[in-house]
Design a binder for this molecule. Sequence first.
Ligand code: NDP
Length: 280
Amino acid sequence: MVVLVTGAFGQLGTALQLVANNYNTIQFYFANSSEADITDKEGLINLYNKVQPDFCVNAAAYTAVDKAESDQENAYKVNVEGVRNIAEVCNYFNTTLIHISTDFVFDGHKTVPYTEQDVANPQGSYGKTKLQGESEITKNSEKFFIIRTSWLYSQFGHNFMKTMLRIAEEKTTLKVVNDQIGTPTYAVDLAEAIIKIILSGSKNYGTYHFSNEGIASWYDFAKKIFELNKINIDLQAISSSDFPTPAKRPKYSVLDKSKIKSEFDIQINNWEDSLKRITN
Ligand code: NDP
């Protein structure tokens, strides 16, 4: 079984590289953004001809949430046009696509976890392009799994946990919002789930939600990061209105994971347990 990973040197891609070592029945091909630029369809076709993948995990995306507000053209180019290319090329080569989407497709008005049936209504440009990317997949490919996830962090790439740890080296006081509720998700746990899907042989294509278990605000997440790392910092809870950002974010974006758990028999770790694992 051959699995092509695009965006393979981003956070999730690197997590996939880490866990890939445990699965020697899969031949992984990790492509960076120059070798597999998803906005270049001809380049993708050449790569697919060479690699002949059974699966493509698309971990490539425009992920700068705030920057996307003023840089909509580039966000669209990657998250919509690029995803359309991947979907079309996967369909042509009979490759199953596993694509990663986001909790930011939801408006955050709910107070109980979002299921795959809930209507998406993104608040910002990033979320809008990610949702459009999803519909490019449903329109242009037949064999696909879209996995929506939330608040990814890990020892790799750029993420909230690493930002907190960096700030703690520079400052003694920090304010973090406590009125956006979601679930931190360890990228390595997501990578393991993706491999489980690949190995399952399931043909129940469609959209699935995956995050760690539990809920938190960004303030709770920061507090736990500092606690586990034994960092003493004056952490203050603030509301989103005290911390305006270019992109509007959902107030509540907890994902319901029932579907992925039952279809693929996946046991999901609590976010605090996964955070502990990477800290120790
Ligand atoms: P990263 O930003 O760490 O990685 C994205 C990767 O995409 C980078 O390696 C980047 O390469 C690559 N990339 C950008 N443009 C292109 C392109 N045109 N062609 C090929 N590759 C490209 O993101 P994450 O790993 O954190 O995110 C993985 C997925 O999860 C994304 O789909 C994201 O939308 C989704 N997601 C992320 C969340 C998070 O909190 N991070 C939360 C919810 C969903 P380069 O650096 O060389 O440009």
